[in-house]
Design a protein around this ligand. Structure first.
Ligand code: ZN
Length: 306
């Protein structure tokens, strides 16, 4: 009969086991976690519902689908309602999201909606953008199942930022429900309203950089497009700091991936398209700088260069 000896449970062995476990798990956490405390998804949903109730004349709350595990997918659509537009006039749209990678929450993407709504009359460039018929789409949490599980992928373990179509690589994408539902909603809304997606920003963690198209090798932006992206890149470095690197994803991250949201928005909409990679454990303290950045971005969109 096998008997466990007392010595197998000695404090020394337990301590060794504990330290081994920490050694094995800590590098994984360090690589994958933004280390910014995240509220339950339900709290973020409640805030979205609350905003729609507080600002019914300014924001629509769209439940554009459900995740694999049945969580609702939420989008806020900020616009000045009831504006008459000239027939055939094209109006601009901006798209902002966060947490397509479930463990990369920055606590910037979920605060911008309330800040924009509460300050829409006193932020001059946002006000002008809305007065001119602009719309701001905001999805604070793109991947709620990943967010709830503190993991990068969705409930199927799939990376949603590889699941957007990319024609230049013959990459079909749209295998996952979260991406399918989002693209279906956005494309229809833009088409129905005759809107041009002018700029997109996907918030991620934790490289400390602003990434421009392309995420794949072998393609360069035309000089005019590159220059237009660099204008925003310079604003990031001026407002957030020169420690943030700016450039093509494939150069900055030294990896290449087909199917990123950014490449989709650039290829399909010819938008200025960015990934913002926040700083681990501290980007949430830069919220006021992000607000400044957005005012400057709206200024660029309000005064397009010929
Ligand atoms: Zn990411």
């Amino acid at each position: 009969m096998l008997k466990l000896r007392q010595s197998e449970f000695s404090p020394g062995i337990l301590a060794f086991g504990l330290s081994l476990a920490l050694t094995l798990t800590q590098p994984l956490l360090a690589k994958s976690d933004s280390r910014i405390a995240c509220p339950p998804y339900e709290s973020i949903e409640q805030e979205i519902v609350q905003l729609a109730e507080e600002f019914p004349d300014w924001v629509d709350h769209i439940r554009y689908g459900s995740s694999n595990e049945g969580r609702e997918l939420h989008l806020l659509r900020l616009a000045k309602k009831g504006l008459a537009s000239a027939p055939g006039a094209v109006r601009q749209a901006v798209y902002i999201d966060g947490v397509i990678h479930g463990n990369e929450y920055l606590h910037i993407e979920d605060r911008l909606p309330r800040y924009f709504l509460e300050n829409r009359e006193t932020l001059p460039q946002l006000k002008t953008f809305l007065d001119q018929g602009g719309v701001v789409y905001m999805v604070p949490i793109f991947n709620p199942d990943g967010y709830a599980a503190h993991q990068r992928g969705n409930a199927n373990g799939k990376d949603l930022n590889r699941d957007f179509p990319l024609l230049i690589k013959n990459h079909q994408g749209l295998h996952e429900i979260e991406t399918q539902d989002f693209v279906a909603y956005l494309e229809e809304d833009l088409r129905r309203d005759n809107r041009k997606l002018a700029l997109s920003m996907n918030y991620h963690c934790c490289d400390g950089s602003l990434l421009e198209p392309w995420s794949v090798n072998g393609f360069e932006l035309p000089p005019t497009d590159l220059a237009a992206h660099q204008v925003i890149g310079e604003l990031v470095r001026k407002i957030l700091g020169t420690e943030y690197r700016v450039g093509k994803t494939s150069d900055i991250l030294a990896t290449t991936h087909a199917g990123t949201a950014k490449d989709y928005f650039y290829e399909h909409h010819h938008a200025l398209a960015f990934t913002f990679e926040g700083l681990r454990a501290s980007e949430d303290r830069n919220f006021s700088k992000h607000v400044q950045l957005w005012e400057r971005i709206f200024a660029v969109l309000n005064h397009p260069q010929p």
